[in-house]
Ligand binder design. Structure first.
Ligand SMILES: C[S@@+](CC[C@H](N)C(=O)[O-])C[C@H]1O[C@@H](n2cnc3c(N)ncnc32)[C@H](O)[C@@H]1O
Length: 235
């Protein structure tokens, strides 16, 4: 256990839910139930302090999102599906995977075709994210006990996300560098030029004002023939 969590409730007109804080690290997990929607739904989001060498001072909090693989850009999914179908041996690197679903697929692909394990570079503490998700899952929230279908979906989501934390931390499945992109590029032997495909999907490029510098660093990961794929939502 990484120390104490503080649990509070979040209530407003549109939503109610829980807020789980880990004061020592400044990590926050918001778990919100949307009351007004016709079909009740929920949202989970993590905010973490950003003390990165690549961050601008005014941009010190960021979200760790949990986008499913199906919500990654179509262009990337098509490239990935073609490579897998042809059984090509490709080294993937995802910078800033957060709780996104790409790495799970890339790890299955690597196992399937005998490619090297995907490389993930992220500064977030996945053990702590996992513990906070478990903590949220164990809260006895009234509205969930009233709505069992939603309760089931919520629990399934927690399980998926806890699994994603486990997969990233499983050295049999993923080669994970738990550090800032700058540190990884400058200090990890063998990373520069290692990748056939480099992906930054709403990762460091989104969170820094020195976007060009981050992009330059990420490009260094790519082999001369490599594909560099960045999506910062700006098209
Ligand atoms: C918004 S999430 C994106 C998650 C996922 N790729 C997706 O598409 O949902 C941003 C992730 O980038 C990571 N990140 C941001 N800046 C970083 C940096 N300078 N070095 C390493 N990771 C960074 C964060 O820790 C976070 O997990």
């Amino acid at each position: 256990m990484s120390g104490e969590f503080r649990v509070g409730s979040e209530l407003n007109e549109e939503s109610e839910g829980a807020k789980i804080l880990h004061p020592k690290s400044g990590y926050e997990l918001y778990f919100l139930y949307e009351k007004k929607l016709e079909h009740p739904d929920f949202k989970l989001h993590f905010k973490i302090p950003l003390d990165s060498s690549t961050a601008e001072p005014e941009n010190r909090k960021m979200l760790v999102t949990e986008r499913d693989y199906s919500a990654y850009p179509l262009k990337l999914r098509k490239l990935f599906a073609d490579i897998w179908r042809r059984g090509e041996i490709v080294q993937y690197v995802e910078v800033g995977p957060g709780l996104g679903g790409f790495i799970d697929y890339a790890s299955d692909y690597a196992f399937d075709v005998g490619a090297p394990k995907p490389i993930a570079i992220d500064l977030v503490n996945y053990s702590l994210l996992g513990e906070m998700l478990e903590c949220a899952r164990n809260l006895d929230l009234k509205y969930l006990s009233k709505n069992s279908a939603l309760g089931v979906r919520v629990n399934e989501r927690f399980d998926t996300l806890v699994d994603r934390c486990r997969i990233i931390l499983d050295s049999e499945r993923v080669c994970f560098y738990n550090m800032d992109i700058r540190e990884a590029v400058n200090n990890v032997e063998g990373l520069v030029g290692c990748a056939d495909v480099v992906i930054d999907n709403f990762g460091p490029c989104l969170y820094t004002g020195t976007e060009k510098n981050v992009m330059k660093l990420e490009k260094k990961l790519s082999a001369p023939w490599g594909v560099f794929f960045v999506n910062d939502g700006k098209g």
